[in-house]
Design a protein. Structure first.
Length: 246
């Protein structure tokens, strides 16, 4: 049987209260509402990053397509201009001049077709650039929201961490005088029982199980020496007996 002075048992109960407080602070730190919203924003930002990359690639492809269409139109214009000059000079046979006139007319039709292609590409590029601008604006807005949430989170973490530091210091001072074997039992039970290893027995009620201790068990506890550890049969936790235990 493990023994511990009543004072050490009470100190163990106080240690449990401090560890419970530290657990609560850790839970509070890890469950800030800002954390969930930041995770949501991170997912949205990631989606927008992919959409922006796709849109930029499409816009780049369209710019190259537009450059080619503009070059095709310019090439036809240049050829038509040369032919116009040759026709205007009147040099060549009548057959040659007739062929030039026919080619000029063909080039005009070709230029019209190419300009339609050029216009269609310009419209598609304009639509893509408009969509890209909206995506970029939405991305910037999300980054701003995220920055504000990070600042709020960091401020909350700072408050929690400062409190946790104080509690941890109290905890270290509380644990320091306790025997190593008692601390070992306590830590083992904490790991086994979800962090809750020690509870008070008050007015015949176990705060470890939340239930009244059966009379037979309660009588056995009464008969147990004060320096001997007793346990809650229901929860397995150490029961600390104070002045109001029975």
């Amino acid at each position: 049987m493990t023994t511990a002075t009543p004072a050490d048992q009470q100190r163990l109960l106080d240690l449990q209260a401090l560890d419970t407080k530290l657990d609560q602070l850790r839970h509070r730190r890890n469950s800030l509402p800002e954390l969930a919203r930041i995770a949501e924003l991170d997912a949205q930002i990631e989606d927008l990053d992919a959409a922006i990359a796709t849109s930029r690639t499409a816009a780049g492809d369209l710019k190259r397509e537009l450059s080619k269409a503009e070059a095709d139109v310019q090439q036809v214009r240049d050829r038509a201009a040369r032919n116009e000059q040759r026709l205007a000079s009147g040099t060549g046979t009548a057959k040659d001049l007739q062929a030039l006139q026919s080619e000029i007319e063909s080039l005009a039709r070709r230029q019209g077709d190419l300009e339609e292609v050029e216009l269609e590409v310009m419209e598609r590029l304009e639509a893509h650039e408009g969509a890209l601008s909206e995506l970029t604006s939405a991305h910037a807005a999300l980054l701003n929201q995220r920055a504000e949430l990070l600042a709020t989170r960091d401020a909350a973490w700072s408050t929690v961490d400062a409190e946790a530091e104080q509690v941890a210091a109290q905890r270290a001072a509380m644990a320091e005088p306790l025997p190593e074997n008692l601390i070992a039992i306590y830590e083992r039970l904490r790991g086994k029982l979800g962090g809750f290893a020690v509870a008070a027995l008050r007015h015949g009620r176990s705060e470890g199980s939340g239930m009244m201790v059966p009379p037979i068990e309660l009588n056995a506890i009464k008969a147990t020496p004060a320096d001997q550890l007793v346990y809650c049969e229901e929860s397995g936790r150490i029961l600390v007996r104070g002045e109001d235990a029975f």
